[in-house]
Ligand binder design. Structure first.
Ligand SMILES: NC(=O)c1ccc[n+]([C@@H]2O[C@H](COP(=O)([O-])OP(=O)(O)OC[C@H]3O[C@@H](n4cnc5c(N)ncnc54)[C@H](OP(=O)(O)O)[C@@H]3O)[C@@H](O)[C@H]2O)c1
Length: 318
């Protein structure tokens, strides 16, 4: 799958482009920037072409798919442009700011006949399938509660996450992972409560918490923020025990993540297998296109995720 990249984003340079070079199913063709010199520097680092301007990259016939790591408020416009140009699109999270935007993006993918996916790369780490096996083996009994936290220390003042107009805020940045993890393990959810800690100066939320529930009454308590000591975990608490994954969302490829298991009278820490989630998502996306999966194969997940995030915000603003 021949990829082009829109924007010399930090996540692209630090994680996704190195992973694409490790992934044999992917070829990195070109990187585009608003700034020609920036594109040149990045292209030299990764051995691909430099393009000045996102539109010009979309005009290239040698680009089949686009990786889109722009600030969240720009996702909608560039998803549409990339689909119109006939490209498959892998978009950084959060793909959309709300459910209507998510639905519009999925509809546009169907109309264009091109695959659209949200880059929740943590879903492509093998540790969660190992957790599934532990749960299926009765490690915690029947699940009663899900909990997840993702928090990071403060970022440099100019960061896109502090800019309301660019789709900043902790809910859209780190909170979305906890929401996606809850859906991954519990399925259908509704939001029953939330708080957001909004900074009066920047207007973005710096942290928050949400309570969700399944139709069967299993609760998910989510906590997130970016003025917090680093935490990136989820836990399932069941009728027989408790299981916690310690590096749930951003484990580096060489790390063997730990899972802590507690049952009556017994505590155990297991090291799960290391995995390369960025290379995996790029490879899975390429394979999905080659296998001819329907363009909206991820559509229901994309819309459900955006609707839950929108409901968390709406509840907090009531
Ligand atoms: N999946 C993950 O693990 C992960 C981790 C971090 C971030 N992300 C997501 O990736 C996206 C980018 O995050 P990031 O931290 O990498 O951001 P970043 O370093 O600030 O990069 C964003 C890029 O967007 C382009 N851009 C276009 N218009 C812009 C504007 N008005 N202001 C600022 N930049 C603009 C810039 O590229 P040019 O100047 O080259 O045009 C810039 O380099 C976000 O959606 C974020 O949530 C995902």
């Amino acid at each position: 799958m021949r990829f082009g990249v829109l924007g010399c984003a930090s996540i692209a340079r630090r994680r996704m482009l190195p992973a694409m070079l490790r992934q044999p199913r992917v070829e990195l063709v070109a990187v585009a920037s608003r700034d020609a010199a920036k594109a040149e520097r990045m292209s030299a680092e990764f051995g691909c072409a430099a393009v000045h301007g996102y539109g010009r990259l979309l005009e290239r016939d040698d680009v089949e798919a686009v990786y889109l790591p722009l600030p969240p408020s720009l996702h909608g416009e560039w998803i549409e442009a990339a689909l119109r140009a006939g490209k498959h699109v892998l978009v950084e999270k959060p793909l959309a700011l709300d459910a209507a935007q998510a639905r519009a993006a999925v509809d546009a993918a169907v109309a264009a006949g091109r695959l659209l996916a949200e880059s929740f790369m943590f879903l492509y780490h093998g540790q969660h399938a190992q957790v599934d096996r532990l749960l299926a083996g009765g490690a915690v009994g029947e699940v009663r509660l899900f909990a997840s936290q993702f928090g990071i220390p403060p970022l440099p003042p100019g960061d896109i996450r502090y800019q309301a107009g660019l789709g900043g805020g902790a809910l859209l940045d780190v909170g979305v992972y906890t929401v996606r993890a809850a859906s991954r393990f519990l399925g259908e959810l509704e939001v029953v409560g939330s708080v957001l800690d909004v900074d009066p100066v920047s207007g973005v939320d710096l942290g928050g918490s949400a309570l969700l529930r399944t139709p069967g009454g299993v609760a998910a308590h989510l906590q997130f923020g970016f003025r917090h000591g680093y935490r990136s975990n989820y836990a399932l608490w069941g009728s027989r025990g408790h299981l916690q994954v310690e590096r749930a969302f951003t484990p580096p490829p060489e790390l063997r993540p730990l899972v802590r298991l507690e049952t009556q009278g017994r505590r155990e820490v297991r090291a799960l297998g290391a995995d390369d989630q960025f290379a995996n998502i790029a490879g899975a996306f390429a394979s999905a296109v080659r296998d001819g999966v329907p363009p909206d194969v991820f559509g229901a997940d994309i819309v459900r995720q955006a609707a839950l995030v929108e409901a968390i915000r709406a509840f907090a603003e009531k």
